[in-house]
Design a protein around this ligand. Sequence first.
Ligand SMILES: *Cc1c(COP(=O)(O)O)cnc(C)c1O
Length: 592
Amino acid sequence: MNTDKEAFLREFGNDYGYPSAPFNIDQIRASQFKRLDGLVYLDHAGSTLYSESQMEAVLNDLTTSVYGNPHSQSDTSLATCDIVREARQQVLDHCNASPKDYKCIFTSGATAALKLVGEAFPWSSESNFMYTMENHNSVLGIREYALDRGASAFAIDIEEAGHHGGVSRNTSSSIKVSPRPIQRRNQARFPGEAPTGYAHNLFAFPSECNFSGVRFSLDLVKIIKEDAERILTGPPFYKGCWMVLIDAAKGCATKPPDLSKYPADFVVISFYKLFGYPTGLGALIVRSEAAKLLKKTYFSGGTVAASIADIDFVKRRNDIEELFEDGTASFLSIASIRHGFKLLNTITISAISRHTSLLSTYVRKQLLALRHDNGSGVCMLYGGFSSEKLCNEMGPIVTFNLKRPDGSWFGYREVEKLASLSRIQLRTGCFCNPGACAKYLGLSHSDLLSNIEAGHVCWDDNDIIHGKPTGAVRVSFGYMSTFEDAKKFIDFIVSSFVSVPYQSGQVHLPRSIPYSSEGRERRLSTTSFRLKSITIYPIKSCAGFSVEGWPLSNTGLLHDREWILKSLTGEILTQKKGSSVGQGKRWEVSAP
Ligand SMILES: *Cc1c(COP(=O)(O)O)cnc(C)c1O
């Protein structure tokens, strides 16, 4: 075992690699994730990966069972109904939600679950939609429904108010809320809508921020539901009932909310974030009392008990699940989730949480310790790390930007391209979380608007505008991530972005002769292979040039697959973009 791993195990060993599960992490990787050989997959917040045995179980299940449409009355249909009922129970169990108080509605994803809440929420012109700055676009979109119905919407920053001795951080007196109201669209009440002085309000926050990995305290559920009127002073907060929505699409993979302790009204989850397969399936876990307040407009096959084609008559179904699942549920996908849960439950979520957290803690510590040869720091990490903060805990996400020795930023696209040449898969940009992105990168509204005016959109190459990053680099861990993944990532950052003092004779400095002629003779005598020529292809699919020799590194030819072409404005050349070369753009070579 190498010394880095020994040091890692000394610091974190007790929780690394599932020592008490039937399979340890190395066995899991060797038997279940052979497709990861040679690949470092660090985008589990984007989508985690399914295991081989999970897919074998799915295939076996679907090829040996006959699942009919659950809306028919045949035996095969009843078999499907049983499987779907069990699946709902497993989803509730995952969040420790009692079936007495909660129902599980299947949707096509977390986004569809959020849209359903937005669409059916009992908004009135006296309602408020309040959400934390850190939220996925799919949550922010709910405000369109709120504003359309004349309600107010505002983003808030949650901070801990001055920490006084003796004040428990679990009480509302320890949080301070700074609201940022959104311009109302519809000041006038709807015709016939009299002020009631009582409205339904919605508060939404993520259990884990998919930008920074910050975990929000679930105490917020009770604080808002019970104490909102006292905390929310300032803008005109109407009296009324506050309901709370937790976006657990990211958080549920390693720390699902415990609904027996934190009685949120709505929780959305997504299954590919939990165990990689199936995609296109999510769930809304809804408190039965809250579900009764939702008003559904559309009716459809599946949600209707009776309707008459040519008069305005419809009778909806009574069961909450059936009232909200339009059409035929994705019953084969639903049948597949028990094979994913089986795996998670074998390893246990708490062990997965510990394992993935220590990998991200290790990477955070290593990145923070990196120094250029002039002593300046290399890495700017985003997210709160103070143990005193209300949002103190971190999920298995590390988000950062890198600096050159002179303090200027490396563009995140450059990091991403070089990572992909090293077969490291990570994600860059704002991760669909514009509020967290602006907050952590310190981008003002005018920065954001001028970036948009300059033509910047979420997925483009404009990673630095006016000297400031427009997004960040994110690595995230899943239950099958290993120390080796983390180490390869750190080694890549060190070799590609950290400047080291020049010292002649060091291995990593270019040498012009690959090996001595004695070495060449010796090789020739023991093998029938012979090096005849070396051709360098600086750009894939373009002409190469010959060289007499080329320096070696311990992984092969020095700089092999370690460079990219960058325009003077910082744009990275990819094969897709190759056509713009020679059309008036100038490119420079950027090698670590
Ligand atoms: C992935 C994600 C979503 C969207 O989930 P889908 O199932 O893809 O719709 C929403 N919120 C957060 C925090 C996420 O990580």
